[in-house]
Design a protein around this ligand. Structure first.
Ligand SMILES: *[C@@H]1O[C@H](CO)[C@@H](O)[C@H](O)[C@H]1NC(C)=O
Ligand SMILES: *[C@@H]1O[C@H](CO)[C@@H](O)[C@H](O)[C@H]1NC(C)=O
Ligand SMILES: *[C@@H]1O[C@H](CO)[C@@H](O)[C@H](O)[C@H]1NC(C)=O
Ligand SMILES: *[C@@H]1O[C@H](CO)[C@@H](O)[C@H](O)[C@H]1NC(C)=O
Ligand SMILES: [Zn+2]
Ligand SMILES: [Zn+2]
Length: 290
């Protein structure tokens, strides 16, 4: 894929893999509980056993690759600038997008569109309507941030670093899942579990991977405990997560949440987590007091 980032890796016998394939092999090995091996020579591969090959990276950067918009060939090293700034077919948006024009099209049609665009001649009243709609959308996006800020003024807030570690179920077909050691937040004992979850049955064959997780209260409580919780990148791992706030009322009988999505930005990122063995994140729990 033209857009996939180098560097490349090589096994101890010198066989090459691009970074994406390398991470995918490590993630697959984790799912199958096998040692990852080089597809060419079957020698062991791992992050510490494999190294970058700078000569190959340089050579590859000079190979021609195709622009996704105009289909012309460019040296890989020039492609990014071409696609961003120079390609006549790159996708652009009308300059009146700010006042609601939805037009999108190739760069070479942009000037023609903008000359004919009806948005600049709309009346104040028409624009007011459009701006109202845009405000609504923006407001929805802001809600997440506002909720985080209001949670931050709660009386009881706890957070901790959590480490998800890989385990196997004892079922006939064993499955990979993750669990953290017990930890204490807000003077209660908790555990987090996570599992690989995707639309297809067989996660080792699927390219689209997601993770979901649940929060489990291990302490006995006498009165219900209403909480908001959220997982974020911690200080030790570079995980790309879109923050999502979840709510749950823990009681003595109802002491675990459903599995909810761990909002990792995409399945490439998910493979990186699977390849990395342990997953380190930071958990926040906000206790809602009535
Ligand atoms: C924390 O819990 C223990 C027992 O579980 C209790 O003795 C202690 O008072 C609690 N501390 C706070 C600050 O609630
Ligand atoms: C994937 O896993 C399933 C069940 O765990 C197994 O039957 C299947 O052979 C595996 N496929 C590959 C390609 O490893
Ligand atoms: C958690 O809930 C289950 C099922 O409702 C219950 O059997 C168990 O005792 C609860 N655990 C604690 C620590 O309250
Ligand atoms: C996957 O997770 C979603 C929510 O994250 C859940 O609704 C769904 O049931 C899960 N699927 C499986 C197979 O666990
Ligand atoms: Zn182009
Ligand atoms: Zn326009």
């Amino acid at each position: 894929v033209a857009s996939f980032p180098f560097p490349s890796s090589q096994c101890t016998n010198g066989h090459l893999m691009c970074a994406g394939c390398f991470i995918h092999l490590l993630a697959d090995a984790r799912l199958k509980e096998e040692q990852a091996t080089c597809p060419n020579c079957r020698c062991e591969i791992s992050k510490s056993l494999c190294c970058r090959n700078l000569a190959v990276e340089k050579a590859v950067s000079e190979l021609p690759s195709e622009c996704g918009f105009c289909m012309r060939q460019f040296p890989r090293s020039l492609l990014e600038r071409h696609q961003k700034e120079e390609c006549q077919d790159r996708v652009t948006q009308c300059r009146y997008k700010r006042i609601g024009c939805p037009w999108q099209g190739p760069y070479h049609e942009l000037t023609g569109h903008e000359a004919e665009c009806t948005h600049p001649t709309k009346t104040g009243n028409e624009l007011m309507e459009i701006l109202d709609e845009m405000d609504q959308t923006h407001k929805k996006e802001m809600q997440l941030y506002n909720s985080i800020f209001s949670l931050l003024s709660f009386e009881k807030i706890g957070y901790t670093e959590v480490q998800f570690r890989p385990y196997r179920t004892d079922d006939f077909i064993t499955r990979l899942y993750y669990e953290t050691p017990r930890f204490t937040v807000l003077n209660q004992t908790w555990v987090l579990k996570a599992r690989v979850n995707d639309s297809e049955r067989n996660p080792n064959l699927s390219c689209k991977r997601t993770l979901s997780f649940q929060l489990i209260l291990k302490s006995k409580i006498s009165s219900p405990m209403e909480c908001s919780f959220l997982l974020l990148k911690g200080p030790y791992d570079d995980v790309k997560i879109n923050p999502v706030i979840y709510h749950f009322i823990f009681t003595s009988e109802n002491n675990e949440t459903e599995y909810v999505p761990l909002p990792i930005i995409d399945s490439v990122e998910c493979n990186k987590l699977l390849a990395a063995k342990n997953i380190n994140l930071r958990l926040f729990i906000f206790q809602i007091q009535k």
